[in-house]
Design a protein. Structure first.
Length: 361
């Protein structure tokens, strides 16, 4: 942010120059407008002015009548100095407050303080640069006559009451001559604004440009750093091997098929208890136990969710029905029970012994 103090003598074109700078993007602080606030009713400046110059300076609306006040000070250097001693400190304070407020809103703004008495009041220390508008005295007289309706003597008296253009120019960083037309003044202000922007570009970018380039370089390095970071997951490609490990896991169910043959090998073991009828009942109880163990095997295979699905068809095999078919085999020994009739045939043998007794007679 930069603060420019724009000043010049009466009829030098300050208002036209300030308006053009506003159109170009500057923020304008009008010291004349701020001066009106410095002696509004209720302010310390109001009481001081009324006490110093009389209550007749207050109009019917309760405000200080500037025409009445001006008539008392113009042409009276001592009275003018007394008025300035009251108002200038108040105006300076208000201008400084307004600069702070603008800075808070926009740190990069260009502030222009338009003040006819910038140098006389010593406000140039509020500014970074002072721009001075100068004009030929005869041209200034003509402008005052046409604009304010003053006589030549009255216009000349006002001009002589101020600093000369040369005295002001000595304080100026930029001096613009406004002895021409309004259009020429606007063109000169445009050129002065462009030069200002170039100077600001030389001041501001030095540090920020270094910071931006410094920020961009690491930004370019960060993606480079991310590439090796991306390589870390490449090192983790063994994670890709896990699906490879799952493929042999799919082969394990193939290995379980021979495991399904093992229960087939147990079938002949089931035939032994067939001969022992009561023992045959015990293996019948063991068969469901064997099935429970078969159910536990898929529990061991819990990591492989598909294993229990493979065992279900094994459970559906009517293996249990085969021992049921052997139960009629158990009926064959029941048919052998008539062999017990042989001892009935032995009874006639006892009769033969009874027949031998008469032979002894």
């Amino acid at each position: 942010m930069i603060v420019i103090g724009l000043t010049g003598g009466i009829a030098s074109g300050k208002s036209t120059a300030a308006e053009q700078l506003r159109k170009l993007g500057a923020v304008i602080i009008d010291a004349d407008r701020v001066g009106h606030r410095s002696y509004e009713p209720g302010t310390p400046g109001f009481e001081k002015v009324v006490n110093a110059f009389g209550h007749d300076t207050v109009g019917k609306d309760g405000l200080i009548d500037r025409r009445v006040l001006g008539g008392k000070v113009f042409g009276a250097p001592q009275e003018l100095e007394r008025l300035n001693a009251i108002l200038w400190p108040e105006i300076r304070r208000l201008i400084a407050e307004e600069i702070v407020q603008i800075r808070e809103r926009d740190k990069d703004s260009v502030i222009v303080v338009e003040a006819a008495v910038l140098i006389e009041a010593g406000w140039q220390d509020l500014c970074d640069e002072v721009w001075v508008l100068t004009t030929n005295p005869e041209i200034a007289i003509e402008r005052l006559q046409s604009r304010n309706g003053l006589t030549r003597d009255a216009a000349l008296a006002r001009i002589n009451a101020q600093m000369t253009s040369k005295e002001r120019a000595a304080f100026g960083h930029v001096v613009v001559d406004n002895s021409g037309t309004e259009e020429q003044l606007i063109q000169k202000m445009d050129r002065a604004w462009r030069v200002l922007q170039q100077r600001l570009d030389l001041r501001r970018p030095k540090k920020p440009v270094v910071k931006k380039s410094a920020v961009k370089k690491p930004a370019a390095k960060k993606p480079a750093a991310k590439k090796p970071a991306a390589g870390k997951p490449v090192a983790k490609k063994p994670a890709a091997k896990k699906p490879a490990a799952k493929k042999p896991a799919a082969k394990k169910p193939a290995a379980k098929k021979p495991a399904a043959k093992k229960p087939a090998a147990k079938k002949p073991a089931a035939k032994k208890p067939v001969a022992k009828k009561p023992a045959a009942k015990k293996p019948a109880a063991k068969k469901p136990v064997a099935r429970k163990a078969a159910a536990k095997k898929p529990a061991a295979g819990k990591p492989v969710a598909k294993r229990p699905a493979a065992k279900k068809p094994v459970a559906k095999k009517p293996v249990a029905k085969k021992p049921v078919a052997k139960k009629p085999v158990a009926k064959k020994p029941v048919a052998k029970k008539p062999v017990a009739k042989k001892p009935v045939a032995k009874k006639p043998v006892a009769k033969k012994a009874a027949a031998k007794k008469p032979a002894r007679r």
